[in-house]
Design a protein around this ligand. Structure first.
Ligand SMILES: O=CC(=O)O
Length: 319
């Protein structure tokens, strides 16, 4: 019996995933540092599965070229805004992603940003580099996490991991918002509130929501206007949940204290962007899941999604 044919979109896909695929399938890997859409379109016909180790768009155009053999699309990511999930499923093609295995790593980055932003780490470094740091009792004072109210926008798997970690920082009160009150929220002692309530009461606002029609542009001028002047804003979800111009205004006009972002719109933030000039702006280049173990686990799950689909079994994490 001929083996299943799988197309992998990047040569530097973790070996955990590649080995698992190769144990059962014929694997083609797009070569080169930056395979183009044309490379993908040329390579896809005749494959049973596509393993996305990048954010290539899978839409009707690509599916038309792929042809009838394609049975499963598997993205090595939790986010899936690059997939036209409705169109993929309409064609009877299975589709999976890799949530949960990255939640701990992303939660660690949320804490990193939250601490850096509230303790003014970037501003301190700039002062040191400029030779302007003066150790006075009132220099670079930040705000404590201890005794604070932390608001989580989106209490999914990542939001839960953030709360679990922050409990040890002696947070006074956790609140969260989303579609509905959740049992895990009750178990963690977190209160379900509206977004407005969360913005008004939180000392730390942490965005851990995926990008959907509902969350797109959720943080605009009006949202930042509702936040405390001392609030720290963290986004580890998706960049377009926040209107970048509104965030810029909020930081420049001191509507809020500071921000820490792992995700931003556009990504990467272009060289010379005004946000880079602000001392109360901390940024990472989307490093949430960038640990060796997490990326290996994501590759394994993405490969297992494919094998399960081809074996006619439920995917580990279907969409
Ligand atoms: O942002 C990371 C992911 O979606 O996996």
């Amino acid at each position: 019996m001929s083996k299943w044919k799988v197309l992998v979109t990047r040569h530097d896909t973790p070996l955990t995933g590649l080995k698992l695929l190769e144990s059962r399938c014929d694997v083609t890997i797009l070569s080169g540092e930056a395979p183009t859409r044309a490379d993908l379109i040329q390579a896809i016909p005749g494959h049973d599965a596509i393993f996305l180790s990048d954010h290539s768009h899978v839409n009707a155009e690509l599916l038309d070229v792929a042809g009838d053999k394609l049975k499963v699309v598997s993205t090595m990511s939790a986010g899936y805004e690059h997939l036209d999930v409705a169109e993929i499923k309409r064609r009877g093609i299975k589709v999976g992603h890799t949530p949960v295995v990255l939640s701990a790593a992303v939660a660690e980055v949320a804490i990193l940003l939250l601490l850096n932003a509230t303790r003014r780490a970037h501003e301190g470094r700039l002062l040191l580099e400029d030779g302007k740091f003066q150790p006075k009792p009132t220099t670079l004072l930040g705000n404590d996490i201890r005794g604070s109210t932390v608001g989580i926008v989106g209490l999914g798997s990542i939001g839960v991991e953030i709360v679990k970690r922050l409990i040890s920082f002696q947070v006074e009160r956790f609140v969260y918002t989303g579609h509905a009150r959740k049992k895990i929220g009750d178990d963690l002692g977190a209160k379900f509130v509206t977004l407005d309530e969360l913005l008004k009461m939180s000392d730390f606002v942490v965005v851990a929501t995926p990008l959907t029609n509902e969350t797109h542009g959720l943080f605009d001028d009006a949202a930042f206007d509702k936040m405390k002047k001392t609030a720290v804003f963290v986004n580890i979800g998706r960049g377009p949940v926040v209107k970048t111009d509104a965030l810029l205004r909020a930081l420049k006009e001191k509507k809020i204290f500071a921000a820490g972002l792992d995700v931003v719109d556009p990504e990467p933030l272009p060289k010379g962007h005004e946000l880079f000039t602000l001392p109360n702006f901390e940024i990472l280049p989307h490093l949430g899941s960038s640990t060796v173990k997490t990326r290996n686990d994501m590759a394994t799950v993405a490969a297992q999604n494919i094998i399960n689909a081809l074996d006619g079994k439920p995917l580990v994490y279907p969409l």
